[in-house]
Ligand binder design. Structure first.
Ligand SMILES: Cc1cc2nc3c(=O)[nH]c(=O)nc-3n(C[C@H](O)[C@H](O)[C@H](O)COP(=O)(O)O)c2cc1C
Length: 159
């Protein structure tokens, strides 16, 4: 996950792993009703967020060009770049967890603004939540079977 690519190596994903009942209780009011029990049943819930100030790290992460200057004073470009690349990194995160044998349950059914206020407003005001991901070992007797996917021909076109 760490070495999978992001544009200009910007690596905007930031993760908080909620491991305790207290941390889960803090998240609780922001959850949609249908997701509440999933969070409380999981040993760990990760908040996957992005740092809109990611460009501060570019002199270290992308030393062969002055990439930081491309983002200074351009908030919409920073937002778009951070959201796209943190979503990619979130996908890498799910695959990495599954490669380790864990089950990963991503969730977007929550109030992002509330999570940002509860977890990031004080220490990390540049962070914005993207999605949550439960980690653990699912009980296959209680899980739905995997849903169908679209066929190659439905989603791909050779030109
Ligand atoms: C970004 C993202 C957000 C999701 N949000 C929710 C959610 O809020 N609640 C939920 O129960 N499942 C959520 N899911 C799970 C998807 O519904 C699930 O991965 C999809 O239906 C495929 O399921 P399957 O692998 O069991 O076939 C989310 C998945 C992703 C990738």
């Amino acid at each position: 996950m760490k070495f999978a690519p992001t544009s200009v190596n910007c690596s905007p994903l930031r993760i908080k792993f909620l491991r305790t009942d207290d941390a889960k209780a803090k998240l609780d009011p922001a959850l949609s009703e249908g997701n509440r029990h999933k969070v409380h049943a999981a040993p760990v819930t990760a908040i996957l967020a992005y740092d809109r100030g990611f460009h501060r790290h570019l002199p270290e992460l992308f030393p062969h060009a002055d990439a930081k200057s491309w983002f200074v004073g351009n908030e919409p470009y920073r937002e778009e770049t951070a959201f796209r690349n943190s979503s990619l990194q979130g996908g890498y995160f799910i695959l990495a967890a599954r490669a380790l044998g864990l089950d990963a349950g991503p969730l977007s059914g929550f109030d992002n603004d509330m999570v940002d206020g509860l977890f990031f407003a004080e220490g990390d005001p540049d962070y914005r939540s993207n999605f949550l991901c439960n980690l653990g070992y699912g009980d296959s007797s209680k899980l739905y079977p995997r849903s169908p996917r679209l066929a190659f021909e439905q989603v791909c076109e050779f030109l």
